[in-house]
Design a protein around this ligand. Sequence first.
Ligand code: CAO
Length: 415
Amino acid sequence: MGKALDGVRILDFTHVQSGPTCTQLLAWFGADVIKVERAGAGDITREQLRDIPDADSLYFTMLNHNKRSVTIDTKNPEGKLVLEALIQKCDVLVENFAPGALDRMGFTWERIQELNPKMIVASVKGFGPGPYEDCKVYENVAQCVGGAASTTGFDEGPPVVTGAQIGDSGTGLHLALGIVTALYQRTMTGRGQKVLAAMQDGVLNLCRVKLRDQQRLERTGVMKEYPQYPNGTFGEAVPRAGNASGGGQPGWILKCKGWEHDPNAYIYFITQAPVWVKICNVIGREEWATDPEYATAAARLPRLKDIFAEIERWTTTKTKFEAMEILNKYDIPCGPILSMKEIAEDDSLRKTGTIVEVDHPVRGKYLTVGNPIKLSDSPTEVTRSPLLGEHTDEVMAELGYSREQIEALRTVGAI
Ligand code: CAO
């Protein structure tokens, strides 16, 4: 069976997390992704957070599946010529260097266009054009400048960053969509274009509901689904909302049986209005279904804290999985707090290819997250990440270099 992006060649000039996430997705959809790395060093993550001496780290392997690796010194004049040949052969160049690095290497947009007018040049940067456009940015900086940190955590505590890599992997996802969109437009215009995904913009896009709340707050001075209501105070900016739901159906994280010794014995519980009567029945407070102080969603808002305390009295009598099973029978939206250990051992996630076991010649078997996007006509097979420069000779031969030329370039340190 063919793959959705069969025939698309990606010159993958990415490193660390944001760019590699993007090109890994494209590889999973069938693109030929050629990762260009510096000889002898490679992507810095190959050696970061290593758990096995001399083996590519999980950080690297889990972000670079299904790619080929070539080593080129793109500051060496002869190395530059190899990169030029690749630019002429590829459809998309993806990069996430610090601002200006590609230009400093001599590969400006104009130069790339001269070499290949159909080339799409896709970049992740920390910020879009403006006062911070020259800044280097990492994940947590993006979470801070994109609005996530100021709105995450509890009212009484400091801003908090989330473990979900919304700045890196989130922006990589945005960039991947930009690339396939530009490829589609190219089928009509025949021209390449620049695609930019700024990490600040990507995080803000994912924090859209908080900008919604900022405007609600400015208009009404209060947000009734926030834990600050009715007894706390609201300031000028959207406050941290703890575990409150970001939508119109109030929710909170509640203790379950075993919470005293298991840090993840909790469940997320949503008091969705259409199933309120069922919730009352399950927790044994049938009278709340008709009591005017509890019967409507509006009446419940000032009492959410007490309502969740009462529901928690019920959830602490069940394990998170027992609670989930009972609540699901009544269509009450909820979800257990799953630890990474539980996720790693989850059979259903392995069956769907969301968790995949991969074999690597140096590190052996390891788990990774497979393609979260499932196409029925373009299934993903996850193959291991390449060793540094594993495909240099193969790709050079495809570019038309002879064995002697390859050896000569190696001797002068160009590849
Ligand atoms: N041959 C020769 N030189 C190479 C090369 C190659 N194959 N590949 C990269 N280089 C050079 C670059 O040209 C650059 O050189 P100059 O600084 O002389 O121009 C140099 O390597 C380092 O690039 P960098 O500045 O991007 O790397 P850094 O480690 O200092 O910064 C990072 C890392 C992530 C902060 C920065 O790249 C960045 O801000 N990127 C944009 C935002 C981003 O993607 N952040 C996500 C980071 S986590 O996913």
